[in-house]
Design a protein around this ligand. Structure first.
Ligand code: NAP
Length: 276
């Protein structure tokens, strides 16, 4: 990559940031299309977020991704928030248009695109989400509009109930319910883990593998092949891991900044090489 005075700068604000895989994926996609852009990781401490957002204008950055822990706190610092990001309550992408900062959320739609690519439809399906944090909120917004039903289960019941209430507010089907525990999972066509369980070697599984049937789909939002994904694959389930959602949310951010669609195969191969 050749950086010149014309190069447009994009990047990611987060804390911590060392683990991020997004630079590899975006820089490979810029290079592949011959775009004079680059993508840089920025370590932004929570107290510094307002200054970092001002620097998007001051340094004439084209745009940034926003990751943990800034996705909600960044919202009041922007000039405009797209409707779905406002409903989800989190921004993961900012574009700078002549000093005007607009916030988007590409996580949920990225999740849906990862299913579409694999010809997996949510139409008429019963879906279970485990976990009720930011990622559950982003994907739940889209799933609840497409699926027959969506059940949400989590360890903190009031957060589950709040999420169910919020999702039903924006969903004319009112098809979102809370599930106290995940012992009866046979009715679900797809089960999605949105908790960090599986990141560490000694984590318990988020569900009892013995209850899974081979015609169920298991999606784990964690980027790597977790024990849940390994065991569900062994059982014969169709499985997807978080690298797919990461690729598609990144592809949508890329398009917002450049106006061009990236080559998904290039993003995927660079990401998988970095994960390995
Ligand atoms: P979050 O807002 O912190 O939510 C995490 C959820 O998991 C909460 O419901 C939390 O429950 C629950 N949880 C945390 N530790 C748990 C444990 N030990 N046992 C049971 N439940 C637990 O985080 P997030 O932003 O939603 O991210 C969740 C996961 O998705 C992370 O692993 C993240 O890396 C991944 N993610 C992937 C992508 C992608 O593109 N693939 C995008 C976004 C996120 P409490 O509320 O009770 O703490």
């Amino acid at each position: 990559m050749k950086i010149t005075g014309h190069t447009k700068i994009t990047g990611i604000f987060g804390y911590p940031i060392e683990h991020t895989l997004s630079p590899v994926m975006h820089n490979a996609a810029f290079e592949n299309l011959g775009l004079d852009y680059c993508y840089v990781p920025f370590l932004v401490l929570p107290d510094d977020l307002p200054y970092a957002v001002k620097s998007i204008r001051a340094l004439n950055l084209r745009g940034v991704n926003i990751t943990i822990p800034h996705k909600e706190k960044v919202m009041p610092l922007l000039d405009e928030i797209k409707e779905e990001a406002s409903i989800i309550g989190a921004v993961n992408t900012i574009v700078n248009t002549n000093g005007k900062l607009t916030g988007y959320n590409t996580d949920g739609i990225g999740f849906i695109q990862s299913l579409t690519e694999k010809n997996i439809s949510l139409e008429g399906k019963d879906i279970l989400i485990i976990g009720a944090g930011g990622a559950a909120r982003a994907i739940g917004y889209y799933i609840s509009q497409k699926a027959k039903s969506l059940a949400i289960s989590g360890r903190t019941q009031y957060k589950v109930e709040n999420l169910v209430k919020d999702l039903n507010r924006f969903n004319k089907n009112k098809n979102v319910i809370s599930l106290e525990d995940v012992t009866d999972i046979k009715k679900y066509h797809m089960i999605i883990n949105t908790t960090p369980l599986g990141l560490k070697g000694n984590d318990p599984l988020p569900l009892d593998i013995g209850l899974l049937r081979k015609d169920q789909i298991v999606y784990d939002l964690i980027y790597k092949k977790t024990p849940l994904i390994q065991k569900a694959t062994e059982k014969g389930c169709l499985t997807l891991d978080g690298s797919e959602m990461l690729i598609w949310q990144g592809a949508l951010s890329f398009e917002i900044w450049t106006g061009k669609k990236p080559d998904i195969a290039v993003m995927r191969s660079s990401l998988l090489a970095a994960i390995r």
